[in-house]
Design a protein around this ligand. Structure first.
Ligand code: UTP
Length: 461
C-alpha cells in the first residue's frame, strides 16, 4: 500500500474498494501531481459508483400512455390574451431568470472548445452564446427589466466560456447579473467497474449531465442569488438551439395559470420514426420522457381518430422551473435524479500511453425532475418558430440545417410584417437587437438589395 501523510484513510478506502490501480504511477508523480490525485479521489463517492455499476439501469419506463398537452390553437383568443398578459406581467416585474446549460462535451459536433462559441449566424457568423446573450439583452430592453443570466459550464470549458463572455462585454448585459458556474463531475468506469486513468495523475471524469444543473445551481450559490433577487421562475434552455424563445409570455402565462412547478415545451413529431424522446404519463400519473429507441413499434405508429400520432409530443428541452421547486428539492441535499448509463469511447492512459477504450459514462437528465414535481404542464409549440438544434457536424440537426431554419424564420417574420424582400436575397438574419420576436418589424423596413442580409441594431449601453 502506498504511503502519503495525512491521507491514510482515503488510501485505505481506495484499496478496500479494489481501485488501487489508480496509484500505479505513484512513484513517478511529483508533489503537486500527488496532491491533485488525492484531491480528485477525495471527491469520489465510492459507494455511489459501486451501486451504479452493480445495479440494473432502472431509468427505462415501460408502462405509459400519451401525456396530455396544452395546445394553444385549441384555446379562444381571449384565453391566449390572458396568458400573454399574465406572462408579460411576470417578466416585466423582474420575476424571471434565464438558465443556459452549456456543460456538455459536444462530441457529435466535434468542435474544439465550448459549443457556445460555435459560429451559427447564417450571415453575421455570430456564436451561439452571442445569440443567447443578445436575446436576453433584447428582452431586457423590451420589458424594461434586468434579467439574471445563469450559465452552467463544465470543468473542461469553464475558463474559456468566462473569457468569451468577458471578451464580448457580456453581450451588453450587467456582468453582476451573469452567473457562470461549472457543474459537478462523476467518474466514468471501465467495463469491469474500475476507475479509468486519464493520465498518470488523474482519473477520467465526465460532467454529470444536464440533470446535474439543479444541484449545481444550489452548490454554486447561484440559487441563493436568485432567491435574494426575488426570482420566481427560471427559464431553462440548451446551448445548441439558436431559435429558443428564452422568455415567452404565452408559455409563461399558461405555466402560471396552470399552477405548474415545471412546464415543458413540446413540438409535434414530424413522423413516427423521428429519433426524439416524447412526453408520456406513467401508470402512477407522473410525467416522463420515453426515448425513441425504447418505444415498441405499435406505440411509435399509434394514431388517434384524427390520424395524429398518439405519442407525438417531442421533447425540446425547453422548461420553466419554479424557484420554490428547485429550493425544495435541493434543500435536503441531492435531489436524487437517477443516473443513466451510456457506453462511450474514452481516451485512457494505459501502460503510461494514451489508448481509446470503451467505458461507462453516467449522466443525469433534466427531465427526470418531472416525476418529482407536484404539477407540470406540457405546452405544444411550433417547431419552425423555436427549434433548430445543432447536434451533428453534418446532415440532420447540423449547423447547415440550423442556419437554414434561422434564415427561414427571419424571412417569415419580414413577409408577415409586410416587408418587401428583394428577389435575389437568399439568406436573411435578424439580430435579436433589431427584433427579438418578429412582432415589432415595420412594413416600411428597407431590405438592402443583396444576396445575404443582416438586420442589426446596436443598442448596447
Ligand atoms: P447533449 O445531450 O446534446 O450533449 O446536451 P452534448 O454533450 O452537448 O453533445 P454530445 O452528446 O457530446 O454530442 C444537451 C444540452 O445539455 C448540456 C449541453 O451543453 C447542451 O446544452 N449538457 C449536457 C450539460 O450542460 N452538461 C452535461 O453534462 C451534458
Amino acid at each position: 500500500m502506498i504511503n502519503y501523510n495525512g491521507h491514510e484513510e482515503l488510501i485505505r478506502k481506495v484499496y478496500d474498494q479494489g481501485q488501487s490501480h489508480v496509484f500505479r504511477y505513484w512513484d513517478m508523480l511529483n508533489e503537486e501531481e500527488k496532491k491533485s490525485l488525492m484531491k480528485q479521489l477525495n471527491s469520489v463517492d465510492f459507494n455511489l459508483m459501486n451501486r451504479l455499476f452493480s445495479e440494473e439501469d432502472r431509468s427505462h419506463i415501460t408502462n405509459y400512455t400519451p401525456a396530455p398537452t396544452v395546445r394553444p390553437e385549441k384555446f379562444c383568443p381571449e384565453k391566449i390574451d390572458e396568458a400573454y398578459r399574465t406572462g408579460e406581467e411576470h417578466i416585466s416585474s423582474g420575476k424571471m431568470a434565464a438558465f443556459l446549460v452549456a456543460g456538455g462535451q459536444g462530441s457529435r459536433l466535434g468542435y474544439e472548445g465550448p459549443k457556445g462559441i460555435f459560429p451559427i449566424g447564417p450571415v453575421s457568423g455570430k456564436s451561439l452564446f452571442h445569440f443567447h446573450g443578445e436575446k436576453i439583452r433584447a428582452y431586457e430592453i423590451k420589458y424594461g427589466v434586468k434579467i439574471p443570466f445563469l450559465v452552467m459550464t463544465s470543468v473542461a470549458n469553464h475558463d474559456e466560456t468566462v473569457e468569451f463572455f468577458k471578451k464580448n462585454s457580456f453581450f451588453g448585459l450587467d456582468s453582476e447579473l451573469v452567473f457562470i458556474f461549472p457543474q459537478n463531475m462523476i467518474p466514468s468506469l471501465d467495463l469491469n467497474g474500475k476507475l479509468i486513468m486519464e493520465s498518470k495523475s488523474s482519473i477520467f471524469m465526465n460532467p454529470d449531465g444536464h440533470g446535474g444543473s439543479l444541484s449545481a445551481l444550489k452548490s454554486s450559490g447561484a440559487l441563493e442569488s436568485l432567491n435574494k433577487l426575488g426570482i420566481e421562475t427560471v427559464s431553462y434552455f440548451q446551448v445548441d438551439n439558436p431559435l429558443v424563445k428564452i422568455l415567452d409570455p404565452v408559455f409563461t402565462g399558461f405555466h402560471i395559470m396552470e399552477s405548474a412547478e415545471i412546464s415543458s415545451k413540446a413540438i409535434p413529431k414530424a413522423y413516427a420514426e423521428e429519433k426524439t424522446g416524447v412526453f408520456i404519463k406513467t401508470e402512477t400519473g407522473k410525467t416522463g420522457i420515453v426515448e425513441y429507441s425504447d418505444m415498441p413499434d405499435e406505440k411509435l405508429n399509434a394514431t388517434d381518430q384524427d390520424g395524429r400520432l398518439l405519442y407525438s409530443a417531442g421533447n425540446t428541452a425547453i422548461h420553466l422551473f419554479n424557484t420554490d421547486f428547485i429550493n425544495r428539492i435541493t434543500d435536503v441535499g441531492d435531489p436524487g435524479l437517477p443516473y443513466h448509463r451510456a457506453i462511450k469511447k474514452i481516451e485512457a492512459c494505459i501502460d503510461a500511453k494514451p489508448q481509446e477504450i470503451e467505458g461507462i459514462k453516467y449522466e443525469k437528465f433534466i427531465f427526470d425532475a418531472l416525476p418529482i414535481c407536484k404539477k407540470d404542464m406540457i405546452y405544444e409549440t411550433v417547431r419552425e418558430e423555436e427549434f433548430a438544434p445543432v447536434k451533428n457536424a453534418e446532415g440532420k440537426d447540423s449547423p447547415a440545417t440550423a442556419k437554414e431554419l434561422i434564415s427561414s424564420l427571419c424571412r417569415h417574420w419580414l413577409t408577415r410584417s409586410g416587408v418587401k424582400i428583394p428577389e435575389r436575397t437568399e439568406i436573411i438574419e435578424i439580430s435579436p437587437l433589431f427584433s427579438v420576436d418578429g412582432k415589432d418589424i415595420k412594413p416600411e423596413t428597407v431590405i438592402p438589395d443583396s444576396e445575404k442580409v443582416y438586420l442589426e441594431k446596436n443598442v448596447h449601453i
